[in-house]
Design a protein around this ligand. Sequence first.
Ligand code: C2E
Ligand code: CA
Ligand code: CA
Ligand code: CA
Length: 274
Amino acid sequence: KLNRNEPVAVFGPRHSEQMLSHARVTQALQSADIEAELSVAFQPIVDVAHNRITGVECLARWNSPLLGNVPPGEFIPIAERCGVINRLTLVLLRKALEAARHWPADLKLSFNLSASNLSSRGFVQEILDLLESFGFEPGRLHCEVTETSVMWDFKEASRAILALKETGIRLSLDDFGTGYSSLSHVHKLPLDCIKVDRSFVHGIRPDTAGYGIVKSLLALSRDMGIACVVEGVETEEELSVLKSLGTSEVQGYLFSRPLSEADLGRLFTKGMTL
Ligand code: C2E
Ligand code: CA
Ligand code: CA
Ligand code: CA
């Protein structure tokens, strides 16, 4: 029987903790010096036949003086909701382009865009202006979008995507296979690459569900004549299964964690191999 004098726990401790941290992240982000606190980490994308770096994915890092390091999976969704995502994205792109000035001229730069980037008018032009000011060839920039972000506002997203493509910028579909309607959209988007989500790769073997899925996605990308990058490769065993399926490009801790600009630079002075 409920004692009226005892407080009733409506929210479990976990719930209130999450709400508190959500509020703290929002507050810290709104008062953040984005220019000073945000940086970019670069994770190599590797051609497995030659162990050669073909590109890097740019990943946002936030070192907050209030909260310490906050992972992007936490602060990006909040940045979208509190209206700083466009500025944040452009600051990150500018930092990535600054770093890329010192790197091999054929290296591709993969860059994540969020749903709100895609639905904001004028954003594509801002990207272009930045590329131009760095003399960075648009074809070297691969914008990664997720199905969910495209579906969020399909009309505006398609408009932005067509505008991007017109300039020569490449389009990758990120986390492929995790969206709710993957196959119905791939043909509607002018894709250059699909990135297979790491959930299919973990512990992959001929008898795991991921095996059949990765095999089909590789076949799909071949049929469409586009590239395919398999994400989240952590072990030699996974790599050898993926190679047997004909995977040509991978990304994952087995080859390299996301690196600072300085650490990646050192790799390049050793040659592009890992
Ligand atoms: P994502 O785009 O799928 O990026 C790949 C994530 O997987 C990165 O996490 C990377 O560090 C991690 N990863 C790479 N290799 C492995 C591996 O072998 N094993 C495992 N377990 N993980 C691996 P990170 O940096 O924490 O980023 C998380 C997500 O945050 C990204 O997922 C992306 O959705 C988002 N994000 C990061 N930077 C940005 C950005 O600048 N803009 C936007 N809109 N989103 C970003
Ligand atoms: Ca990505
Ligand atoms: Ca991904
Ligand atoms: Ca992801």
